[in-house]
Design a protein around this ligand. Structure first.
Ligand code: C2E
Ligand code: MG
Ligand code: MG
Length: 573
């Protein structure tokens, strides 16, 4: 519209200019005719003029002045036209640039640049709208929360380029498996969400979920690589399970984790029991904050026995929670929550301080080389975790050598090959603290990690020990682990020894140390101390060339497994 008006204006300016130019040419014609009038004077008149040189004929100024003004005006108009044209062009260009960048901003604000699906921001917006619409029209919808199962492995082994291409292909397949009015979004990483509106029956929903699982688990060929991944899906329904966007997402996420935990490549519907579990977890978390402040946590100690000498050489510190209403609570109930909430750092510090003080005491009372092995969480190796310098200072202030402490880490931690982890582990070792890999055999650590992180002990997971029998697969594994560890300069502790038979087999396989109910379960510090003192006299009597037996505190023997007790009695008899 503006441009059309400008064109009209331009046309008008041009016509004025042409008229002026015509005027200029007519003015110069007038000037020329004045000169010719002058030359037309009579001879007498010309002679008279020659005699009077002071007398000058008036010059034809009028036409000459008009001519220069016209040129100036023309130039001015040219300039105005030029400037206007420039201005119009610039205006047009700016408008175009603005339009393009507006589109770009809208695209970036609403769409995921990698897959072209809706992004997290837009998804939240749509979810709120869906809730409003469904409320208005008394309708329902389902939210599917998807997480790819092996995406990290693809990224780690084939690189981010292939990972990105895989995400794009997954996005396409998801789009193709739902109706055009259903909403597919990528929340970030390998997380996707799908809103299926107006569900007529649950079987339709199940069949969509099944379809998606099979679409994602069908082989991908990317840059010459054959890639197989799968997806875990959590499904929640509005308004049946929740009526706020926040709760809908929490539900779907929780159901997705249920899918992960029950074997991946499947879908799980959110249930009421999941909600109960969530409420209980948040209650535990609340109580745990109080527990930390009010000193309800306690360290129990389980003996670690040298299988060759039968002596208790170390103790593993195991955390317990003296809950005011629930009684003794085991770590399985709260460590994960402490990790998720970050409280594990504070708890971890308390564990270290308590263990150092006990180690100092027992080194003095019992044996100078005595060690306490404490469990650490991977979270403690991240930022805000263990302050190695502070730990070193604390040891020094209390006159305790670093070698009094062993930190137990998970195999998974070694896979987190971030710089910080290695740094911290090596710094701990510089302070004399030893490092053990807990539950060895259940994760994916490789031999190279043993050397890289300078590991001192492998603790064979109790799942290998519980089924130990001569010529069994577990026996072969234990033997292999022991030989390999020794070759790499590591010692081996077997966890969960419950029977004399297991102990004998491990001893024959050259295992260094063991722990388990056969010796004793975890005990409060004072009871453990009694065990240490008694063990000093007892182990020599019972260990005399025959076998190891340690003290079993009477008040705990009821809860111990029957088989080992029977075996113990048989041996003692
Ligand atoms: P873990 O470090 O592998 O500890 C050994 C677990 O096996 C302990 O369970 C112990 O009581 C149990 N156990 C010991 N001997 C036997 C046996 O002969 N048979 C059987 N069936 N079990 C045996 P607990 O105390 O419930 O600890 C469970 C896990 O919780 C620990 O596994 C450890 O990963 C974690 N944990 C315990 N204390 C702490 C702690 O202070 N900090 C952290 N971060 N984690 C801890
Ligand atoms: Mg442990
Ligand atoms: Mg363990």
């Amino acid at each position: 519209m503006i441009i059309i008006t400008k064109n009209n204006m331009l046309r008008r300016i041009l016509s004025v200019l042409i008229a002026l130019l015509i005027n200029v040419s007519s003015s110069s014609a007038t000037a020329d005719s004045a000169t010719s009038v002058q030359s037309n004077l009579t001879k007498a008149e010309q002679q008279w003029l020659a005699k009077h040189p002071n007398v000058k004929l008036a010059e034809p100024r009028g036409p000459l002045l008009k001519r220069s003004t016209a040129i100036l005006i023309s130039l001015g108009i040219f300039l105005v036209i030029f400037m206007t044209a420039l201005w119009v062009l610039t205006l047009y260009k700016t408008k175009e640039t603005l339009r393009i960048s507006e589109n770009k901003i809208r695209q970036q604000a609403n769409f995921d640049s990698l897959t072209g699906l809706y992004n997290r921001h837009k998804f939240y917006e749509i979810l709120s709208e869906e809730i409003e619409l469904a409320n208005e029209h008394d309708e329902n919808f389902a939210l599917l929360f998807l997480d790819l199962d092996e995406f990290k492995e693809v990224n780690d082994t084939l690189g981010h380029g292939v990972g990105d291409a895989l995400l794009r292909r997954v996005a396409n397949r998801l789009r193709n498996r739902v109706r055009s009015r259903d909403v597919v979004a990528r929340l970030g990483g390998d997380e996707f969400t799908i809103i299926i509106s107006d569900i007529k029956n649950m079987n339709d929903l199940k069949s969509i979920a099944r379809n998606i699982c099979s679409a994602v688990s069908t082989e991908f060929m990317i840059q010459g690589h054959s890639i197989n991944v799968s997806t875990s899906i959590g499904i929640t329904c509005f308004p049946h399970d929740a009526d706020t966007d926040e709760e809908i997402l929490i539900n779907a996420d929780q159901a997705m984790y249920a899918s992960k935990n029950s074997g991946r490549n499947r879908y799980t519907f959110f249930t009421d029991s999941m909600r109960d579990e969530r409420i209980e977890r948040s209650q535990i978390l609340q109580d745990l904050r109080v527990a930390v402040d009010e000193d309800q946590l306690e360290l129990y100690y389980q003996p670690i026995v040298d299988v060759k000498t039968g002596r208790v050489v170390k103790a593993e510190a195991l955390i317990r929670w003296n809950h005011p209403e629930k009684g003794l609570v085991f770590p399985g109930t709260f460590i994960e929550l402490a990790e998720e909430s970050g409280m594990i750092n504070e708890i971890g510090e308390w564990i270290f301080v308590s263990a150092v003080l006990k180690a100092a005491e027992w080194r003095e009372k019992y044996e100078a080389d005595f060690q306490i092995s404490l469990n650490t969480s991977p979270i403690q190796y991240r930022e805000n975790g263990i302050n190695v310098e502070a730990w070193g200072n604390y040891l020094a202030e209390n006159g305790v050598s670093g070698s009094a402490i062993i930190v137990e880490i998970t195999e998974g931690l070694l896979m987190e090959s971030s710089y910080g982890v290695k740094e911290k582990l090596l710094a701990l070792r510089d302070n004399g603290i030893e490092v053990a890999i807990d539950d060895f055999g259940t994760g994916y650590s490789s031999l190279s990690y043993m050397k890289k992180f300078d590991i001192d002990y492998l603790k064979i997971d109790q799942s290998f020990i519980s089924t130990l029998s001569p010529d069994s697969e577990d026996m072969a594994l234990c033997e292999a682990i022991i030989v390999m560890a020794h070759k790499l300069g590591c010692k081996v502790v077997a966890e969960g020894i419950e029977t004399m038979n297991q102990l004998q087999l491990l001893k024959d396989a050259d295992c260094d140390a063991g722990q388990g109910y056969l010796f004793s379960k975890g005990l409060p510090a004072d009871e453990f101390e009694r065990l240490l003192i008694n063990e000093q006299s007892k182990h020599t009597a019972l260990f005399n060339g025959k076998t190891v037996i340690t003290y079993l505190p009477a008040e705990h023997s009821d809860s111990l497994p029957q088989a080992p007790l029977e075996e113990l009695e048989a041996i003692e008899a």
